[in-house]
Design a protein around this ligand. Structure first.
Ligand code: PHE
Length: 330
């Protein structure tokens, strides 16, 4: 029996102790064998023999319990030590944050126009019907209102669907000539790989005296701007429609992914649509009481530019905050 106790005390791990437990206390274990001897003990001694065995069994159980507690404690200590984090440890991971790719793209766009003496104008994101629609030649019930997937508030307020209302606010606040851009967030009920409910636009507006601002001016500045943004690309103007410009155009660049040979990004057309523009409609000037003027306007989506510049396949990635994407722009 003495050496049974030693066996328990010698177990150096919980695993070893568990093996000893089976060897001692198990059905076919050492204690069972001792108890089996009871049947050969002569009658009068049976009682004392049994009591002695039970005492020993209880003692061994005590020893076992104590050893178990000690080993368990040691095991926990060991785990804690292995998983410990030294919060006072010096770190040389001197990592800095960085501007989001949408913001660096926005800055790059703004830099171009600021260098050409455009002012930067601002307007509210919660707009009213007049500035977001009416004054932009989008009267109530006009079918073109459906082009904008508007978020409405009560009392006719809307989340602005484009930055064009800043054109109206600027013209109402200032006299011509005007030479402005308006960068900022806009909102539309839309969500897929090329649309998110919030995105950013940069609006542009140039107004001068009648005959001073022409489509040729617009074409030349947009071409130059797109070469500044994308390098050597073809630029093409395609007739289009916006209620606030007439004539209107959408501007495409030759696909920078496939060098215009046709790929999935350009839907095998070789062209990527990048902005909308046109000559300011007379109705817009009437709404702000501008007389004897001419002008052009343009609007572009900043996320779309960022996607093209950085070859980001899904617009939603720009808003998910996944550090695996963002780290690449540090
Ligand atoms: N506001 C238009 C849009 O959001 C873009 C645009 C601006 C078109 C100015 C022409 C002139 O789609």
């Amino acid at each position: 029996m003495k050496n049974l106790e030693e066996q328990i005390r010698d177990a150096s791990s919980l695993d070893a102790l568990s093996r000893v437990r089976i060897e001692l206390f198990g059905k076919k274990g050492a204690l069972s064998k001792e108890f089996a001897k009871l049947k050969d003990v002569p009658g009068p001694e049976k009682k004392a023999f049994a009591e002695g065995l039970n005492r020993q069994k209880a003692h061994l159980q005590d020893v076992y319990d104590t050893c178990y507690e000690t080993l368990k404690k040691e095991e926990i200590e060991r785990l804690l030590k292995a998983q410990a984090i030294d919060v006072s440890l010096y770190s040389n991971l001197n990592e800095k944050g960085a501007l989001h790719p949408v913001m660096t793209t926005m800055d790059k766009i703004i830099d171009y126009f600021v260098a050409l003496n455009f002012s930067i104008e601002d307007g509210p994101k919660v707009e009213d019907d007049f500035h977001n629609f009416e004054a932009l030649n989008l009267p109530k019930n006009h079918p073109a209102r459906d082009m904008q997937d508007t978020f409405f508030f009560r009392d006719k307020a809307v989340l602005r669907t484009h930055t064009s209302p800043v054109q109206i606010r600027t013209m109402l606040a200032q006299k011509p000539p005007i030479r402005m851009i308006a960068p900022g967030a806009v909102f539309r009920k839309d969500y897929d790989i090329t649309h998110t409910p919030m995105f950013h636009q940069v609006e542009g507006l140039v107004v001068g005296e009648t005959g001073e601002v022409s489509f040729a001016n617009l074409k030349s500045i947009m071409s130059d701007f797109l070469h500044y943004m994308f390098g050597e690309v073809e630029v093409r103007f395609r007739p289009s429609f916006f209620p606030f410009t007439e004539p209107s155009a959408e501007v495409d660049i030759s696909c920078i992914f496939c060098k215009a040979e046709g790929c999935r990004v350009c839907s095998h057309t070789g062209w990527l649509e990048v902005l909308g523009c046109g000559i300011v409609d007379q109705n817009v000037f009437d709404a702000v009481n501008y007389k004897d003027v001419s002008g052009y306007a343009f609007g572009l989506g900043v996320e779309r530019f960022a996607m093209l510049l950085h070859k980001i396949p899904d617009l939603r990635m720009l808003f998910e905050g996944d550090t695996r994407l963002l780290e690449q722009f540090r």
